[in-house]
Design a protein around this ligand. Structure first.
Ligand code: ADP
Length: 255
């Protein structure tokens, strides 16, 4: 067995939906402590790849290793327990619960009490509860949402809900954080703050894989970029390398 030293090593992953081959022999290596962007035209397989890595869909072939452990064939819960946390294109926060309560659910990945017990501070979870509250508040301040801790999360604008999802994901102390279009719908000011947040997370040693349409953000932040087109890897390299490639420009513009 080859030792790659990669945080995440994806090899030959295939996913079919009926007659559609959404991913066709996709491989990529994500370095520890890096920000790795996945870009590509609509329908190129980006979200499907995140769904494969996070165990939301089973893959038809291939291997996905987090360090030494194989993720392929594991359920989403099992993958989360291995240390993979994710956010969604459309934030999935629990209605009726506050920003703080939603953030506490991140503790589910590493605590024995259930997510619901932790969020609601039920007896089995109360011992862990005070410490979790403090950590959740700290992470909410990292993403700039601490002033909204008591507000109902699901009623906030999408951009802010995504920041709460990131705080929730970070509370799970992930080895790998997967972000699906985290910058969608952010204002220019929010975008700048968000870029600074991702850089801070990288400085803290987190490994991040993000699907992102915002090319300027990717060019500014990403250490490496994988370009997908029609389910295949079209190009990979630094942002400068891939965005200069004629094949990539033509996949985007159809020229
Ligand atoms: P992207 O995120 O790059 O826009 P997707 O991963 O969403 O692309 O989709 C890749 C391809 O797989 C598309 O052709 C899409 O229609 C198909 N696809 C994705 N998810 C499903 C699904 N659950 N059922 C059937 N087809 C799907």
């Amino acid at each position: 067995q080859r030792v790659s030293g990669a945080a995440l090593s994806v090899r030959g992953v295939v996913k079919n939906f009926g007659g559609v081959r959404a991913l066709d022999d996709v491989s990529l290596e994500v370095k520890p402590g890096s920000i790795h962007a996945i870009v590509g035209p609509n329908g190129s397989g980006k979200t499907t790849l995140l769904n494969m890595i996070s165990g939301f869909y089973p893959s038809d072939a291939g291997s996905m290793k987090l360090g030494d452990s194989e993720l392929a064939g594991r359920s989403a819960t099992a993958v989360a327990r291995q240390g993979v946390q994710r956010t969604f294109q459309t934030p999935k926060l629990l209605p009726g619960l506050s920003v703080l309560e939603n953030t506490r659910f991140g503790g589910y990945a590493r605590e024995r009490a259930s997510g619901a017990e932790i969020a609601l501070g039920l007896p089995r979870a109360t011992r862990e509860s005070a410490a979790l509250d403090a950590q959740a508040m700290h992470l909410l301040s990292v993403v700039g949402m601490e002033k909204r801790a008591g507000e109902e999360a699901a009623l906030l604008p999408h951009g802010q809900q995504r920041l709460v999802e990131i705080a929730r994901a970070m509370l799970g102390e992930p080895r790998l954080l997967l972000l699906d279009e985290p910058a969608a719908g952010l204002s220019l000011g929010e975008l700048e703050e968000f870029g600074a947040l991702l850089k801070e997370m990288r400085r803290l040693g987190m490994t991040i894989v993000m699907v992102e349409h915002h090319i300027e953000l990717v060019a500014d932040l990403a250490d490496a970029v994988t370009v997908l087109d029609q389910g295949k890897v079209l190009a990979e390299g630094t942002p400068e390398e891939v965005f200069r490639s004629a094949a990539v420009v033509s996949a985007y513009t159809g020229a």
